[in-house]
Design a protein around this ligand. Structure first.
Ligand SMILES: [Zn+2]
Length: 378
């Protein structure tokens, strides 16, 4: 296939985009294990940190689903975009604060050394030139966006998605397959299906704003074909979480911004009743469907955020149950969470699920009464 990107640029992007910074830019946390860094794999339903990063070779490999490759392949796959677009995306990232500049700053004297190498290297000069011409293009039309505007945009997208969920087939089918009744969910939760169609008629200025907040990438909606969930904090929408529902494998999407906020029913939780903490939003909604409505979902691995703790402390529920996945990783995470809560004077009880099951597959397997009985909290 003809490729319009010079090989020198491709090589430079591969060598100069550090995996750890790249993961950070997607809000994916890493932790050091021995000589490598591990992260939660975004390519499969990862209940433990299976994604291994080889910093020396700047490559990734998932021990769970065997996904592997370099930075460009990572972006291609994560965002479901073409190779040239992934390269463009990495070039754009390299000029965003926190990527290129921070990398050099962090490396101190080594950074200076690298700088010197960069200065004398015609290939890298070509990349720099490409980046600065991109920069100039961007500087022609700076898009500033206020918190209120950002909030309003998110709200608009979500409202449109709720309509799409009500009126279109694919989103509803996905939820039904997972044992969830969309229309019943909508009575209590903000959940939608994003068909992306509403983006077609946007004016350029509106489109630019959506690009600024990360909702549009490469001309396409990030959440195209996703079930979307809205996370909020103090009445502000913090981020949108999406789960691919069509032509996908249930991949997860999160806006490239700080992970904060909670996914709660619109009426909030009842502080008089016990609360159940689940691994994921889908798991939380499965419990809701089974009649257990006081549910606080996490965002998967490393998904217990300071906001969750603050909320639990503030609400002082009479009892806290932890119901994560029924595998080793889930059990370990549950024990760690229980300990974390205990350190904050919160007593929690772990609900063990049958081995190898998560709440959604467990709940989707039985009738509603059956589910309610299975999850009766003692
Ligand atoms: Zn994986």
């Amino acid at each position: 296939m003809p490729n319009r990107i010079p090989e020198s640029i491709i090589q430079s992007v591969k060598a100069n985009t550090l995996f750890l910074s790249l993961l950070k830019s997607y809000g994916i946390k890493t932790s050091k294990k021995g000589n490598s860094y591990m992260a939660v794999c975004p390519f499969h339903n990862d209940s433990q940190a299976s994604l291994s990063i080889d910093r020396k070779q700047n490559l990734f490999h998932c021990l769970g689903c065997d996904a592997a490759g370099n930075v460009i392949q990572f972006v291609e796959r994560l965002e479901n975009i073409s190779f040239p677009k992934a390269v463009d995306r990495l070039l754009a990232l390299s000029r965003s604060p926190g990527m290129g500049e921070r990398r050099l700053a962090q490396q101190g004297p080594k950074g200076a050394e690298l700088d010197a190498k960069r200065n004398g290297n015609p290939r890298i000069a070509a990349v720099d030139a490409a980046i600065s011409s991109e920069k100039e293009k961007e500087e022609e039309k700076p898009v500033e966006i206020s918190t209120e505007e950002r909030n309003a945009l998110f709200l608009h997208i979500v409202n449109q998605s709720v309509e799409d969920l009500r009126n279109s087939e694919p989103g509803r089918t996905y939820l039904e397959k997972r044992g969830l009744e969309p229309l019943r969910l909508l009575e209590s939760y903000t959940v939608g299906f994003h068909s992306g169609s509403s983006f077609d008629k946007l004016a350029d200025t509106e489109r630019a704003k959506l690009e600024t907040v990360g909702l549009i990438r490469d001309g396409r909606s990030l959440f195209d074909g996703c079930i979307v969930f809205l996370l909020v904090k103090d009445g502000r929408i913090t981020t949108i979480y999406g789960r691919k529902a069509v032509s996908g494998n249930g991949s997860h999407y999160l806006l490239p911004c700080k992970r904060e906020g909670l996914y709660l029913p619109t009426a909030g939780l009842n502080p008089q009743k016990p609360v159940v903490i689940t691994w994921s939003i889908i798991d939380g909604l499965s419990l809701f469907a089974a009649g257990i409505t006081n549910v606080l979902p996490l965002l998967g691995v490393n998904g217990f955020l300071p906001d969750h703790l603050a909320y639990l402390l503030e609400q002082s529920f009479p009892k806290i149950f932890i119901a994560l996945n029924g595998d080793d990783a889930g059990n370990r995470a549950a024990a760690a969470l229980k300990q974390n809560l205990a350190g904050n004077n919160l007593t929690a009880q772990i609900i063990e699920l049958p081995a190898g099951e998560d709440i959604n597959c467990h709940a989707a397997g039985g009738g509603q009464e059956n589910q309610a009985r299975r999850y009766r909290l003692r």
